[in-house]
Design a binder for this molecule. Structure first.
Ligand code: ARG
Ligand code: ZN
Length: 465
């Protein structure tokens, strides 16, 4: 309307040079290119992840020297724009950024908190793919949240680093889209002083190479992975490699302080991975295993293909838990942190199933014991289906989450329940899931109206009858 009006006025008053050109010749309206949002849209973690693009692949090359704690990194992020981008953000905390290029051209950048804003030399079209290369260095600083999350991210240890990043600590060692709603494949090239070992996700691509007293390990995770599951745990390690009895490549590593647990870790990880494949359906990744480091994290983490145990020798229960996460949490990822019970409730229920499988306590017995906890127990006040950002890993998310699955099993029967677990894992393999989708599938397969059950177990701040 404005252009038509201007043209009409020009007919009356303008010189030919002032007349508007045709639409095809006009430069694109400024609104076609906008800054990407500084968060991916999770209301509980508003700054985590970013908007405007979707990452396809990370290529992470780091050189780390434990004695000086210096990290030098070059991370290339391949992404597709989901809007026209005048600028976009990556998440990165600490470290000094020395240069950023977009498709090889130098880009300007700025830092504010954990947001790295990149302004490419030329704006990026909607749907276009682009590659951002960030060169950085410095002393990585782990994330610390004493009350709830402990220490996580890239954690320097006496002989290397313990790298466990759930929920949002991967930004402490490489620039990325730090939220589980964006999955990508990964290549790692990790250079350490000769004599140390670096363990990342997936499988090694070729033998490590040593030049000038430094050894480079190359790893590739070729299945989609969320950022918090990426690891580059390094230090002195003893290794055992082979295959599970069922034929899946199996890689176990322990710090020398825990060398007595290497064979047990290797054997149990193999046996349990094979068993879960019979219960949950085919193993989703190309290798399995585990890593025991001597850093006392107070937790373990289900790093994709390489669960990491922080300073303790894992028993069958926790190995069963972390390996069940390979299906529930790793292959199937949550889109929003509030749905965390879809990870932790399932992995905890898997511990009960493992015990039952071994002829020890049945899931029913564990369920009854927990359900018998007094109505005043704090797990009943915390609705497991709505993980709270200030208390994400509350015990309720684990044990009430698992009780929810057992209550469901009782309601639909074993045949439907175990069919549901397999179908859930198959339908959303390598994808994203929500609680609503799980309830819908459970109702579809059982033909039952299950919302009262899920409401009582997941969403009410009281002990279900
Ligand atoms: N997902 C882990 C588990 O297997 C827990 C991770 C806790 N993270 C943390 N920063 N404390 O249960
Ligand atoms: Zn867990």
């Amino acid at each position: 309307g404005v252009a038509v009006l201007a043209a009409l006025m020009c007919v009356l008053a303008c010189s030919p040079a002032d007349q508007p050109t045709s639409a095809a010749d006009e430069p694109p309206a400024a609104a076609e290119f906008r800054p990407g949002a500084p968060g991916i849209g999770d209301p509980d973690f508003p700054k985590d992840g970013n908007g405007g693009y979707d990452v396809a692949h990370y290529d992470i090359a780091i050189d780390y020297t434990p004695a000086s704690r210096q990290l030098a990194g070059v991370t290339t992020v391949r992404a597709a724009a989901t809007q026209g981008l005048s600028s976009f953000n990556l998440d990165l905390s600490g470290l000094d950024v020395r240069a950023v290029t977009v498709d090889g051209a130098p880009a300007t950048f700025s830092r504010a908190g954990a947001e790295l804003t990149v302004r490419p030399a030329a704006p990026i079209d909607d749907d276009a793919t682009f590659a951002v290369k960030v060169t950085y260095s410095g002393l990585p600083d782990a994330a610390r949240d004493g009350a709830n999350l402990g220490t996580y991210g890239f954690i320097p240890t006496s002989d290397g680093a313990f790298v466990a990043s759930e929920p949002n600590g991967s930004k402490t060692w490489f620039p990325n889209n730090d939220h589980p709603a964006d999955k990508a494949t990964f290549d790692f090239s990790i250079t350490v002083p000769a004599g140390l070992t670096a363990v990342a996700n997936g499988e090694m691509t070729g033998r490590p190479t040593t030049v000038g007293g430094k050894t480079t390990y190359k790893w590739r995770e070729r299945h989609p992975m969320v950022t918090y599951l990426a690891t580059a745990t390094l230090g002195k390690f003893l290794l055992r490699e082979g295959r599970t009895p069922g034929g899946i490549p199996n890689f176990a590593a322990t710090d020398p302080a825990h060398k007595g647990s290497l064979d047990k870790l290797y054997r149990l990880s193999g046996e349990i991975t094979d068993y879960w494949a019979t219960v949950f359906g085919p193993y989703p990744f190309s290798s399995t295993g585990g890593v025991v480091d001597d850093y006392s994290a107070g937790y373990a983490l289900e790093n994709q293909t390489k669960p990491l145990y922080g300073g303790f020798e894992p028993d069958e229960g926790i190995i069963a838990h972390e390996l069940a996460h390979q299906w529930f949490g790793d292959s199937l990822s949550i889109r929003r942190w509030k749905d965390l019970w879809l990870n932790e409730g399932f992995a905890t229920y898997a511990e009960w199933l493992w015990s039952e499988h071994k002829g020890r306590k049945t899931a029913e017995e564990t369920f009854k014991e927990l359900h018998a906890q007094p109505a005043t127990d704090p797990i009943w006040a915390y609705p497991a289906g709505r993980a709270r950002p200030d208390d994400l890993f509350n015990q309720s998310v684990y044990s009430r989450g698992a009780m929810t699955l057992h209550a469901l099993r009782q309601a639909v029967g074993d045949t439907t329940f175990f069919d549901l677990l397999k179908r859930w894992a198959a339908e959303h393999r390598y994808g994203h899931v929500t609680t609503e989708q799980f309830i819908a599938l459970a109702e579809r397969l059982s033909g039952k109206e299950l919302s009262p059950l899920f409401d009582a177990w997941l969403f009410q701040p009281r002990r279900p009858a």
